[in-house]
Design a protein around this ligand. Sequence first.
Ligand SMILES: [Zn+2]
Length: 410
Amino acid sequence: MTPSVSSPRVGTNGDDSANNSTRMLALLHLSGGSATRAELTAQLGCGRSAAGYALTELVGRGLVRIDDRPGARSGTGPGRPSHLVEVAPSSPVALSVHLRVDTLDVAVVELGGRVLRVEREPVEARPDVASIFLRIGRLLRMLGREAGRPVAGVGVSMPSPVRSEDGYALQPRHLEWTGVPARDLVREGLDAAWPVHVGNDANLAALAEHRHGAGQGARQLLYVTTEHIGIGGALVTEGSVFGGARGYAMEVGHTSADPDGPRCSCGSRGCLELVADTRALMRAAYLPDTPVTGIGYRARVLMEAAERGDPTALAAVDEVATRLGVGLAGLVNLLDPDRIVLGGLLAKLLALGRTRITTELRERSFLERAVPVPVEVAALDSGALLGAAELALEPVLQARGEWSEASAAS
Ligand SMILES: [Zn+2]
């Protein structure tokens, strides 16, 4: 879905002043929106005067501010204290949408991945397409109006593979929708010419983890998550989301775990998501796996029971962790990741069933036995929401022509 998105260019040194300000902004963004001047200068590696020019340019464009009040100075070891550089309150924000099977979140996010405001509404079972996009439009118009900041664009996270060329959501199966032209429908609900970007939820969460969370610094980040039901996956390779030919790649949940298993909503049988998602965990504990609404909460209650040592809950965790480990082993053999990050319910499963998961990985993947891959818990609570914001903030970060302070202010 987002093959054109790559991590901000921060890795190359040089004295190209046109690039220094772009790189400095990227460094600030990846540092959570604030860093000392000394830290930014050291990471840029271009000398103090060139860094000073870059900073002056960013301040002049209203993107960053320097907090030089005495109390704001931050000591960085020996030498003079260094002023704090922060994202400016005049800088553009992203409006971000995360649609799940039971909730709709719309947020305002600024550079640095800081969520300034979130509005959450419940989503009913089998929601009507038109009414959901009407609600998205209403919330976006309200948040854009009340943000009091230039809006760089809108990023939308969909529980579906998303075609990269036009933001078409191929099949949001868990909403029981067929394909929807998500980008066009969001655009129709706006009263401003904000650019709209749409991506798959797992891909966006992976992008956010790579930039701001547990995936920072990984060369081949394999991310696997469950958003209440189903399993999503993504690969961030050398800073870019791997999208395949059309943007649909990495449907990890629909790799086959049992060829003769139960029928999946995708048309296949025995898919990984049927045996290792939230519903599978409920069934393994002899609990109902319907309705979908509220299943995330019920799964958390079950996990808490496992933490307290409840034998049925522990056996369910062990069973699902084993299946997840089997699935991950195949993915390690295919993708050669240097880090695996698990999100959502799978992160909780890792906390309780790490030994089972890593045992399956080791026994079933000879690559894993050669070079063990660290398996970590996702660090971000709202990864997909942040990842959607990354899409909208990308033109600001890359200083591309389609976004300018002038156009955003109009
Ligand atoms: Zn399937």
